[in-house]
Ligand binder design. Sequence first.
Ligand code: ADP
Ligand code: MG
Length: 403
Amino acid sequence: MASSNLMVGLEIGTSKICVVVGEGKPDGTIKILGVGQAPSRGVRKGEIVDFETAMKCVHEAVVDAEEKSDIMIRSVYIGITGAHIQSFNNRGCVRVSEDHEEIDEQDIEDVKINAREVSIPAPNAFLHSIIQHYHVDGQDGVLNPIGMLGQKLEADFHIIHGVRTRIQNTIRCVKELPLDVEDVVFTPFAAAQVVLTQHQKNLGALVIDVGGGTTDYVLYVDGAVKQSGVLAVGGDHITNDISMGLRIPMTRAEKLKVEEGSTVLGNCLPGETVLLKDDSGFAGKEVERETLNTIIHMRLRETFELLKRRLEDEPFLDYLGEGIFITGGCSQLNGIDHLAEDVFGIPARASHARTMSGLTSAFENPQFSAAIGLIKYAQAVQGDRQQRGRFGRFIGKFFNGMR
Ligand SMILES: Nc1ncnc2c1ncn2[C@@H]1O[C@H](COP(=O)(O)OP(=O)(O)O)[C@@H](O)[C@H]1O
Ligand SMILES: [Mg+2]
């Protein structure tokens, strides 16, 4: 990894581990050089439960990405999730010291620290403080106060935190390989960087990443993150329901869901069945298509209703001008957009990472949104570092808003 423009994103999902190698181009675009994958084992509901096994899987995915991209990977941006991750909004306030007139980088740091002066559960650590808006002497909606004159600087942040040891376990799993960890990023936040445009964030949008063991979400209004979190329910629960409901093994239930499943009810012919061919010792079986779809529909409806209830704690659902974007592996389920529209009463669509150069169509798959999003995040971080280097105290507008 000689070039400083190389960036690697690693998503340790419940279903798969995905490593994306990207290269930032001078014109600001990103070229994807390779994507490596391995099935995920030792991970439950987005969290590592078997350290040794998870480490082997991460290693496998890293080696695969190295072969595909012809790059030696030394450091990664890790995407993390898990139901322990929580968030809230808080305002920080500082008096700009009298020995300087202009608001500077230190004031920005101070106001961020001040916003974090709230009690979070003792075992937790801060993951992100994402800037929403600054206020200078009561003037609202300031995007970048550096260089402005003012006496009182206030700033609203979306603060994300999670259980320290669980975050550290993920980091350790990568460091043991050994790889350096550039940063740790909450996965739906990474996914949103490639699923949404800035314009869509400005108009208001909700990203829902329905993965294997979790459903992760992030909601933007006025270009700022207002709500985010994780539900410990995902596609594996649908598979489990199919397995129990139709009395078939999990592997068959998974295949049936992916190949034949739909969330749409009342669309089948009366008595229409799907034939399960005999497979690895199990006899063939016919299952009613409507029953299969009902199982999928019910679980997803419940998941969306759960999410809606959680989001309704605050008023932001009323401000989603661009609606809902569903991504993650389960967003490929037929009719999931209509189901979300029905539950939320807001337009919804299934979505994946917007086209990037070097990204073959196989990876324009919603399963890879978060991992590809990590590269976009990394690009913003590295751009910021370079600007800091070049302009000393200058803070890049974009990244300043991201952590
Ligand atoms: N074509 C498909 N149709 C429906 N569901 C799918 C499809 N492909 C993958 N899935 C489901 O998506 C989930 C995995 O999504 P993914 O985003 O890769 O999860 P994670 O990030 O948790 O590893 C699994 O439950 C899998 O069954
Ligand atoms: Mg995922």
